[in-house]
Design a protein around this ligand. Sequence first.
Ligand SMILES: [Zn+2]
Length: 84
Amino acid sequence: MSDKYMCPVCGFKGLDELPYNDDKEASFEICACCGFEFGFDNDGAADKYNNFRLNWIKNGANWFLPDKKPKDWDLNKQLENLKV
Ligand SMILES: [Zn+2]
Protein backbone atom coordinates (compact mmCIF):
# COMPACT_ATOMS: atom_id res chain seq x y z
CA MET A 1 0.00 0.00 0.00
CA SER A 2 1.47 3.29 -1.07
CA ASP A 3 -1.21 5.61 0.26
CA LYS A 4 0.15 8.55 2.19
CA TYR A 5 -1.62 10.59 4.78
CA MET A 6 -1.49 14.29 5.40
CA CYS A 7 0.16 15.71 8.46
CA PRO A 8 -2.47 17.82 10.26
CA VAL A 9 0.29 20.04 11.65
CA CYS A 10 2.15 21.11 8.52
CA GLY A 11 0.04 19.75 5.64
CA PHE A 12 2.78 17.48 4.28
CA LYS A 13 1.24 14.51 2.46
CA GLY A 14 3.84 11.97 3.37
CA LEU A 15 2.75 10.09 6.48
CA ASP A 16 2.79 6.29 6.20
CA GLU A 17 0.03 5.92 8.76
CA LEU A 18 -2.98 7.87 9.89
CA PRO A 19 -1.87 10.02 12.87
CA TYR A 20 -4.73 8.56 14.90
CA ASN A 21 -6.78 5.53 14.00
CA ASP A 22 -10.51 5.04 14.57
CA ASP A 23 -9.83 3.96 18.14
CA LYS A 24 -7.88 7.20 18.69
CA GLU A 25 -4.64 5.29 19.03
CA ALA A 26 -1.64 7.31 17.93
CA SER A 27 0.73 6.12 15.20
CA PHE A 28 3.80 7.50 17.00
CA GLU A 29 5.08 8.34 13.54
CA ILE A 30 7.27 11.42 13.29
CA CYS A 31 6.46 13.76 10.41
CA ALA A 32 9.49 14.05 8.10
CA CYS A 33 8.63 17.66 7.49
CA CYS A 34 7.72 19.37 10.77
CA GLY A 35 9.02 16.70 13.17
CA PHE A 36 5.76 16.36 15.06
CA GLU A 37 5.39 12.99 16.78
CA PHE A 38 1.77 11.86 17.01
CA GLY A 39 0.87 10.59 20.42
CA PHE A 40 4.00 12.03 21.96
CA ASP A 41 3.79 15.73 21.20
CA ASN A 42 0.03 15.78 21.67
CA ASP A 43 -3.18 13.84 22.10
CA GLY A 44 -4.85 14.94 18.89
CA ALA A 45 -6.02 18.34 20.12
CA ALA A 46 -6.23 20.89 17.34
CA ASP A 47 -4.83 23.79 19.37
CA LYS A 48 -1.63 21.85 19.98
CA TYR A 49 -1.28 21.34 16.25
CA ASN A 50 -1.67 25.06 15.77
CA ASN A 51 0.86 25.96 18.45
CA PHE A 52 3.39 23.50 17.12
CA ARG A 53 2.89 24.78 13.57
CA LEU A 54 3.33 28.43 14.58
CA ASN A 55 6.53 27.63 16.47
CA TRP A 56 7.83 25.51 13.62
CA ILE A 57 7.25 28.30 11.10
CA LYS A 58 8.69 30.89 13.48
CA ASN A 59 11.85 28.80 13.76
CA GLY A 60 12.31 28.70 10.00
CA ALA A 61 10.04 25.78 8.99
CA ASN A 62 13.01 23.41 8.87
CA TRP A 63 12.57 19.83 7.74
CA PHE A 64 12.98 17.16 10.39
CA LEU A 65 14.40 14.83 7.74
CA PRO A 66 15.93 17.21 5.17
CA ASP A 67 16.66 14.43 2.66
CA LYS A 68 12.90 13.87 2.28
CA LYS A 69 12.32 17.47 1.27
CA PRO A 70 11.11 17.78 -2.35
CA LYS A 71 13.22 20.02 -4.57
CA ASP A 72 10.26 22.20 -5.46
CA TRP A 73 8.92 22.37 -1.91
CA ASP A 74 6.75 25.38 -1.19
CA LEU A 75 5.69 26.02 2.40
CA ASN A 76 2.71 28.19 1.55
CA LYS A 77 1.42 25.70 -1.01
CA GLN A 78 1.71 22.94 1.56
CA LEU A 79 -0.08 24.94 4.23
CA GLU A 80 -3.02 25.28 1.81
CA ASN A 81 -3.54 21.52 2.21
CA LEU A 82 -4.75 22.29 5.73
CA LYS A 83 -7.58 24.51 4.54
CA VAL A 84 -10.70 22.45 4.10
ZN1 LIG B 1 4.18 17.68 9.63
